[in-house]
Design a protein around this ligand. Structure first.
Ligand SMILES: C[S@@+](CC[C@H](N)C(=O)[O-])C[C@H]1O[C@@H](n2cnc3c(N)ncnc32)[C@H](O)[C@@H]1O
Length: 330
């Protein structure tokens, strides 16, 4: 029997193997050190991921979450570009390669893959993990510093996942401009915080100015209707917790929800959703309240009641981040 294993399961197993032989206490200490570093001043002048222990801790602790967030963003993008498959992929600030795993989980097949990062230990571990994924075995893991002199080779898809946060404003601009020059499609993911959203908005503006159309999450490429400072657009991806997570964070929940903000944009025509659910739907007796971002460049709360029949049943199933109304073709 030929049982195919998904990239998500393969990644989980490869990350589990990483911690084999590392005493749990040591792994937890490495994670704690890393979290403390990330709470310090970023951007930094030198890589935060300095050695294998740092990188193994980063990968085991954060990679399932960044992988989950990028998968959600790519899924929304793939829905808006149904006939498109990337023929090549560059992941900038790719670290241990979470976004390359997410691309391989979203689109079948193999393609030339390049991962760029300034932290050699991260690239080395990424290469090691990628040996378990047939779609990534030929990937190139290259050292590169993001800065004013960054130039990228052409690629169908350029991803930038959880990187803008680590860069000064001028380097963020240089990175987004380089991605826009090199890519037919660009997907940028950040933490789902007000600051993460602000960085995504800044990148979105640059991509639109460079001639890109927004494919997701927005229903349009015009200005975001959120009044700055009043709210922030973000989404949530459910991620299974590893034993390392439970050890570091305590608690017994088998999962956690990774909040993220993102923009996916392309140079080619895309079909954004008519509107998107931008908050967790509130289910009340006989009605569902949906907060929507709409094609008319506005936010709206709509109430779907039992009287709406089929639509009401769909609203009860709707999740934060879903298109609305649901796609009834297919
Ligand atoms: C939070 S990690 C994200 C890694 C990966 N993209 C992911 O989603 O899991 C940020 C990455 O950006 C890289 N990075 C930060 N500043 C950089 C710079 N100036 N040049 C190159 N890489 C940089 C770091 O080394 C690290 O691997």
């Amino acid at each position: 029997m030929n049982v195919s294993v998904s990239p998500a399961e393969t990644l989980r197993a490869a990350l589990g193997d990483l911690l084999d032989g590392l005493p749990p206490r040591q792994a937890a200490q490495a994670v704690a050190r890393l979290i403390a570093n990330y709470r310090g001043a970023t951007p930094t002048d030198a890589p935060i991921l300095r050695d294998r222990a740092d990188v193994a801790a980063y990968a085991a602790y954060r990679m399932p979450a960044t992988f989950g967030a990028v998968c959600s963003a790519l899924e929304a993008f793939a829905d808006a570009a149904a006939d498109w498959t990337p023929g090549s992929h560059t992941d900038v600030g790719g670290g241990t390669g979470a976004a390359t795993w997410a691309v391989s989980a979203t689109w079948d097949g193999t393609r030339p893959v390049t991962v760029l990062d300034w932290a050699e230990p991260a690239l080395a571990l990424g290469r090691e993990l990628a040996a378990a994924n047939p779609a990534l075995r030929e990937a190139r893991w290259q050292r590169a510093r993001i800065g004013p002199s960054l130039s990228l080779e052409s690629a169908d898809l350029v991803t930038v996942s959880y990187v803008l946060n680590e860069l000064a404003a001028a380097d963020r601009a240089a990175l987004v401009d380089a991605a826009a020059s090199a890519g037919q499609a660009v997907v940028i993911v950040e933490a789902g915080t007000p600051d993460g959203y602000a960085r995504v908005m800044e990148a979105r503006d640059r991509l639109v100015a460079a001639g890109f159309r927004v494919a997701a999450p927005c229903p349009h490429s015009a200005g975001c209707p959120i009044v700055p400072g009043t709210d922030w657009c973000h989404f949530s991806a459910r991620v299974s917790r590893s034993s390392l997570h439970r050890q570091v964070k305590g608690g017994s929940l088998p999962y956690e929800d990774e909040k993220f903000a993102y923009v996916a944009a392309a140079r080619f025509p895309v079909s954004p959703v008519p509107s998107r659910v931008v908050r967790r739907p509130q289910i009340r007796k006989g009605q569902v309240l949906l907060d929507l971002c709409e094609a008319e460049e506005r936010l709206d709360r709509t109430t779907v009641t039992k009287r709406h029949g089929e639509l009401y049943r769909a609203a009860r199933d709707a999740a934060w981040g879903d298109p609305w109304p649901p796609d009834t073709e297919g």
